[in-house]
Design a protein around this ligand. Structure first.
Ligand code: C2E
Ligand code: MG
Ligand code: MG
Ligand code: MG
Length: 288
């Protein structure tokens, strides 16, 4: 009987669902298994002060590593997790683990800055988001001022009034807010000035275009808008010294990218922090 049922299910897939849907179901099952087995972990990418070359913070980036399939890229599972709602559980795991890691580094005297955690649209829309964050901060004994949350234009534009309300509640707790992937989504300048943001992150796509005059003008314009709104500017995906120089000239404050470091495991990042303490900053050596 069970065998029959299996066969029916197989037919069902072949007849009624396209390959994409099957793939999506496989990823959904993989995520469910991964959550149960604790295969989700957090890596950290340093954010550096462009002038001093000092570490100012880091971005927490989820990594899904299974014994059978190895690393599964966020691009492959985040969209599925968003659709199925599994992103809520993943997001909670990421927040919890991040707060625990950062608390440890603070207690060791290795870190004093802020860690940025990405929030999905569904997570940001949770009616009890602030309470969930309060609980996690309390459990991990991490003061709220060590936390920054990254949200995208798409997330806040779904319901700008509601978003402003949530953002104000988070800010009241001392949590910082960053607009991620700026320029790739849809948002109006009228709203941008109403959002209580601290940081604007210029998407890598714009940084990639800085080898042309047009591209540099574009980044210049974005930095100007950000500064007019009193926002700190982070450039994402900085890979070359040339980009760094140009961003410095444009008065961008913080850079993040492979030029300095890719995302590191908690263990690697701990070592990185220890080296930071001993070594002279790498970027300070780059002439202005
Ligand atoms: P994001 O938030 O814009 O994160 C930056 C992405 O750019 C990361 O990819 C990072 O590894 C990559 N990156 C940084 N510097 C460079 C560079 O110099 N060159 C190149 N080629 N890439 C660089 P990652 O970790 O694969 O994450 C991709 C996206 O997945 C993130 O984009 C974010 O939207 C999402 N994501 C990652 N972790 C989480 C999470 O915990 N929760 C949620 N909701 N989304 C997450
Ligand atoms: Mg981000
Ligand atoms: Mg980004
Ligand atoms: Mg991006």
């Amino acid at each position: 009987h069970a065998k029959n049922e299996g066969a029916n299910r197989y037919l069902f897939f072949n007849d009624s669902m396209n390959k994409l849907a099957v793939k999506r179901l496989q990823v959904e099952n993989l995520i469910r298994h991964g959550l149960k087995e604790d295969y989700f972990t957090v890596y950290y990418q340093p954010k550096m002060d462009i002038v001093t070359g000092q570490l100012v913070g880091m971005e927490a980036l989820v990594r899904f590593i299974t014994p059978k399939k190895g690393l599964i890229s966020p691009a492959a599972f985040i969209p599925v997790a968003e659709e199925t709602g599994q992103i809520l559980e993943i997001g909670e795991v990421v927040l919890q683990k991040t707060c625990e890691d950062v608390k440890r580094w603070i207690d060791m005297g290795l870190f004093h800055g802020r860690v940025a955690v990405n929030l999905s649209a569904k997570q940001f829309m949770l009616p009890f988001l602030c309470e969930q964050i309060d609980d996690i901060l309390r459990r991990s004994e991490l003061p709220s001022y060590h936390l920054e949350l990254e949200i995208t234009e798409g997330t806040v534009m779904q319901s700008p009034t509601l978003a402003i309300d949530t953002m104000k509640k988070l800010r009241a707790r001392g949590i910082h807010l960053a607009m991620d992937d700026f320029g790739t989504g849809y948002s109006s300048l009228a709203y941008l000035k109403q959002f209580p943001l601290n940081t604007l992150k210029i998407d890598k796509a714009f940084i990639d275009d800085m080898n042309t005059a047009r591209g540099r003008n574009m980044v210049d314009t974005i930095v100007t808008i950000a500064h007019n709104l009193n926002l700190t500017v982070v450039a994402e995906g900085v890979e070359h010294a040339e980009q760094l120089q140009q961003l410095k000239q444009l008065r961008c404050e913080i850079i993040q990218g492979y030029f300095y470091s890719k995302a590191l495991s908690a263990q690697e990042f701990g070592l990185f922090l220890k080296q930071q303490k001993q070594q002279k900053p790498k970027l300070a050596a780059v002439p202005a």
